[in-house]
Write a protein of this length. Structure first.
Lengths: 265, 263
């Protein structure tokens, strides 16, 4: 039986280790050593696109519907239904999409990496790689990080198109308080290209952390078949909290001092 | 059947088997005898101890960043920061409270349930139980199901409390007195908001419990199999929870016009 404070204590224990491991992996990519296995990176990017893209986009679509619905009804309740575009613009680009991306990435990609690398660790395949003279961290972890950096920005940008379409559908077609032109006028007025860049940065920081945490828990899995399952569960716990904290810090840094809204002088 | 339709067929099959498991769980929960009392208490405490800390951090961070700072920025430009309370009824109580509770419970407790049941399946303990005449659904799934239902409803209250304190923190960050926040909060909040939030959250708990138990009990393929089961369980739970939330809030808003009255 676990105690009440075991979860925060185990995080404090492993936080430094994850940080050191993550810096090591990122250093392998940054110093160009991962490019020795560029073919493997491209293969991993292909797996990301073909295995996860549809699920990521479906999840983003559902959140876009929800953003539009809540925004339409909230703006009706303050007596300004024509301003639903304001809520949708903020919810879609600045907050909703990074969180949706983080959740589904932690669930699909993060735990997938733990299950894959953890099974390799249990079957001693990682030791075999080392015996063959291949750096396992470079070959398994750094290539996955590089693959995420290659593929995920484009999945994110397509996700923006999908979440915008979903919000438009639920505000204009489902609730129908505001006309298409009125919605789009407010919607496009309350966002700017820097917002897009900030949102992309937020999403990519989440993706990087998720891939690194997945690699760490997979690489250090022990204890047979049960160990892989436990490591997968632990990585999900860490990733969920990391996603929320990165989301909050991103909002504070990018929009905390300046709301970047076209109001006033 | 053509190969292109195979994934669709698989999805329908999975959903059907999960429905059957739900009905079996409900039936064996109410039909005597009740051998699962001790396990229920154990699971309840386990889930609570595992998920209270991630829940507190997650709800505070999400409510402080997304509705707190973004809405307070807009409202301070138009000079209506006291309206933040009314906004938090919509966001913290109706939407973020249940959803974040479900995400945290799925990610923390659901993954633990799948890993646990998957390990038992791989070690053939479930088959051994059946040989001994012990029903795995009644003795393993029912206590987890009931524990998750109760605990998601309970944690939802904590999520709402932490969400509202994040709103108060955002209000204090803008040097605003709290009177306006509480005035608009209490004039906008209705009883329907609270009970629908808690009810929806208990249903999320049921979804997460059934999906995670099913995926754990059908794990196969050794060490990689348990990890893969956890992966699929958490993806399916998240998709189901978000889709269910959209359907329920569409119905709730359409059937309760007092939620949209101008106050």
């Amino acid at each position: 039986m676990i105690g009440w404070l075991d979860v925060p204590r185990s995080w404090l224990d492993s936080f430094g280790e994850i940080g050191r491991f993550g810096l090591h992996v990122a250093g392998q990519v940054y110093s160009g050593r991962a490019f020795k296995f560029f073919g493997e990176s491209v293969r991993q990017a292909g797996i990301l696109i073909f295995g996860s893209a549809l699920i990521i986009w479906a999840f983003v679509f559902i959140l876009g519907l929800q953003c539009g619905l809540q925004g339409a009804y909230f703006n009706r309740s303050i007596g300004a239904p024509s301003l639903a575009g304001l809520f949708a613009a903020y919810c879609d680009l600045r907050e909703g999409l990074p969180y949706a991306f983080g959740y589904i990435l932690a669930a699909k990609v993060g735990t997938g990496i733990v299950a894959e690398i953890g099974a390799m660790r249990i079957f001693d395949e990682i030791d075999a790689l080392e015996v063959m003279g291949i750096q396992p961290i470079t070959f398994l972890c750094a290539t996955r990080l590089l693959a995420a950096w290659i593929a995920l920005p484009f999945l994110y940008l397509v996700g923006i198109v999908i979440i915008y379409g979903a919000s438009y559908f639920s505000v204009v077609n489902q609730v129908g308080d505001v006309s298409s032109g009125g919605y789009l006028l407010i919607f496009w007025m309350y966002q700017s290209p820097p917002d897009l860049i900030f949102s992309l940065i937020k999403g990519m920081v989440m993706a990087t952390v998720i891939v690194l945490v997945g690699c760490y828990y997979g690489y250090t899995a022990t204890g047979g078949p049960i160990g892989v399952g436990t490591a997968t569960a632990k990585s999900m716990v860490f990733n969920i909290v990391a996603v929320h904290i990165i989301g909050m810090l991103g909002t504070v840094v990018f929009w905390g001092a300046n709301p970047r809204a076209p109001i006033g002088g | 059947m053509s190969r292109g339709l195979l994934p669709v067929k698989n999805v329908f099959e999975e959903v059907g088997v999960m429905m059957i498991l739900t009905v079996r769980t409900l039936v064996s929960a109410v039909k005597p005898p009740y051998p699962y009392g001790e396990e229920l208490v154990w699971q309840f405490l386990f889930v609570l101890k595992l998920s209270w800390f991630p829940l507190v951090i997650s709800t505070f961070a999400l409510n402080f960043g997304a509705p707190g700072l973004q809405a307070a920025g807009i409202l301070s430009l138009i000079g209506g920061l006291d309206r933040l309370g009314g906004f938090f009824v919509v966001i913290a109580i109706r939407w973020i409270g249940p959803v974040v509770t479900a995400v945290v419970v799925a990610g923390v407790a659901g993954t633990a349930i799948t890993a646990d049941l998957g390990a038992r399946k791989i070690r053939e303990e479930l088959d051994a139980l059946q040989v001994l005449g012990v029903d795995p659904v009644k003795n393993l799934v029912v206590p987890r199901f009931l524990a998750l239902i109760v605990i998601t409803g309970l944690l939802d209250i904590f999520a709402i409390v932490m969400g509202l304190s994040a709103g108060i923190a955002a209000e204090l960050l803008y040097h605003q007195s709290l009177g306006g926040f509480f005035a608009t909060l209490f004039s906008n909040a209705t009883i329907t908001d609270l009970w629908s939030s808690v009810m929806v959250c208990t249903m999320f708990g049921a979804i997460v419990a059934v999906v995670c138990s099913y995926k754990g009990m059908s794990a196969s393929g050794g060490a990689a199999g348990v990890g893969r089961a956890v992966n699929q369980a958490v993806v399916i739970s998240l998709m189901a929870v978000f889709f269910f939330q959209f359907v329920v809030s569409s119905i709730l808003f359409a059937t309760n016009p007092e939620l949209q009255a101008v106050r």
